[in-house]
Design a protein around this ligand. Structure first.
Ligand SMILES: Cc1ncc(COP(=O)(O)O)c(C=O)c1O
Length: 451
């Protein structure tokens, strides 16, 4: 029996509805999988301090809606088609930027391929701390991130607890309060709290279809930018992949102005044939960061910072300062998956699924069908403002993000929204969300009047 603790949403009317909604949300999130035995009604009522009758009513509604089945003498179980029942009642999540979270999908099945070797485990849990990560783990990760034209030496790798951690320690190590980071005008929102914590300024750079506009970057360098933070492959949120020529230009400008580059490649694994990283053009000034949080799952947080050779020791020292060492047991698991080809299979499955999802989006919204990007950037017609569009979609059960969330300068945020294609549990559910978006896109906002 599971120790299921429902997360009640007080904005819903009545505890009974809150309980049913919590059940639906956990089925949708994969926390409750078919066949799971639920607590008895008395146990749940005691644990939550609510009336037994309320739990009985909630279980009866959940049974009628198809989430659960009860058998006298055996108990109450999540039903085999609970997922379909949840689809009808929970919002379609197109906000979170991850791929394939269905507990029945290949990722969780593949995770069963981790074999604990007792002698290795003893060494892993007892040995001295190595802040950069063990040589064997760094070697495996070096082979994973290397590609033609970008051969990574294990000595230049520092293992981190994810990309966010890599970004933080690089900036904390090499920047001083008041200094400027240049970044795409709309960018991954996680850079903002880092800049604010380290008292750094962010300066937005314009992009075209090939990525950052070189003249804009040149101007920012002349204005005193010390670091460029960029996501050149499947940029979040616009989905732009910077061309090889543009990467070369950006590297040359950085060199001319002695600017450091923080290259975020967290979505690079999705591109079957990406241009060489900027780090390949400027290895002495680029920190190339990625992790397994997107390529495997958000809870598998093995990050990599490929550092300029002269900087690796200082970044490793920053790992020690912040967390002593990235959890070695998790790195061991990822190392095994790299060596046995499991990671490559997981990535392949994600690309295949995303290609199908992009084709679906193309048929509903007219976007590009051939991408394997995990998100779409949707320009809105001028009658819509991003927040009104997001609110209208939300009222119709679909969650997406407004451009403001990503804007370095909010006042000049583009008139656009981001739609993530990977979070919806099934393609059917994604399609339902996309059709709502298409419908809202074709409509006129409430209160909009032509004058
Ligand atoms: C562009 C980008 N960089 C970094 C991250 C965070 O990566 P991690 O989970 O490895 O810390 C995200 C997460 O959404 C992201 O979109």
């Amino acid at each position: 029996m599971t120790m299921w603790t429902p997360r009640l949403d007080p904005s819903l009317r009545g505890i009974t509805e809150q309980l049913v909604a919590a059940l639906a949300a956990d089925v949708d999130a994969g926390t409750l999988v078919p066949g799971t035995q639920l607590p008895t009604q008395r146990e749940l009522s005691d644990r939550l301090g609510i009336a037994l009758g309320t739990v009985t009513r909630a279980y009866a509604i959940a049974r009628k809606r198809g989430f659960i089945t009860s058998t006298i003498g055996r108990g109450t179980f999540v039903s085999s088609d609970a997922g379909a029942a949840a689809d009808d009642t929970t919002p379609v999540d197109l906000i979170q930027n991850f791929v394939m979270r269905d507990p029945r999908d290949s990722i969780l099945r593949e995770s069963g391929h981790f074999h604990f070797d007792p002698s290795r485990m003893a060494a892993l849990i007892d040995r001295d701390q190595t802040p950069a990560g063990s040589p064997a783990h760094r070697e495996a990760l070096a082979s994973w991130v290397s590609r033609p034209g970008f051969e990574v030496h294990p000595d230049h790798i520092v293992i981190t607890a994810g990309t966010q951690h890599a970004m933080f320690i690089v900036l904390a190590t090499f920047m001083k309060p008041g200094e400027i980071i240049a970044a795409e005008q709309v960018t991954y929102a996680g850079i903002q709290p880092i800049a604010s914590m380290l008292h750094l300024e962010l300066l937005g750079l314009a992009q075209d279809a090939e990525g950052i506009i070189p003249a804009d970057f040149d101007k920012a360098c002349a204005a005193g930018a010390r670091v460029l933070y960029t996501t050149p492959t499947f940029h979040n949120p616009t989905g732009i992949t910077m061309s090889a020529a543009r990467r070369r230009d950006v590297a040359a400008i950085a060199k001319r102005h002695d600017v450091t580059i923080l290259e975020d490649d967290v979505y690079g694994f999705l591109a079957p044939d990406p241009p060489p990283p900027i780090a390949a053009f400027a290895p002495d000034r680029t920190f190339f960061c990625t992790s397994t949080s997107k390529s495997v799952a958000a809870g598998i947080r093995v990050g990599v910072a490929v550092c300029p050779p002269a900087a690796a020791a200082r970044v490793a020292a920053a790992v020690r300062t912040t967390i002593w060492e990235s959890p070695p047991v998790m790195a061991e698991m990822v190392m095994q998956w790299i060596r046995t080809g499991v990671l490559a299979r997981i990535i392949d499955a994600k690309r295949t699924e995303l290609l199908a999802r992009n084709e679906l989006a193309a048929s509903v919204l007219g976007s590009s069908p051939h991408s394997t990007c995990a998100h779409l950037w949707l320009q809105l017609p001028s009658r819509w403002r991003p927040q009104d569009f997001v609110t209208t979609c939300q009222e119709r059960g679909v969650l997406i993000s407004a451009a403001d969330a990503f804007a370095v300068e909010r006042a000049t945020a583009p008139n656009a929204v981001r739609v993530c294609l990977g979070a919806a549990r099934t393609r059917e559910r994604l399609e339902r969300g996309l059709r709502v978006i298409a419908d809202v896109l074709a409509s006129t906002p409430a209160g909009f009047a032509l004058t």
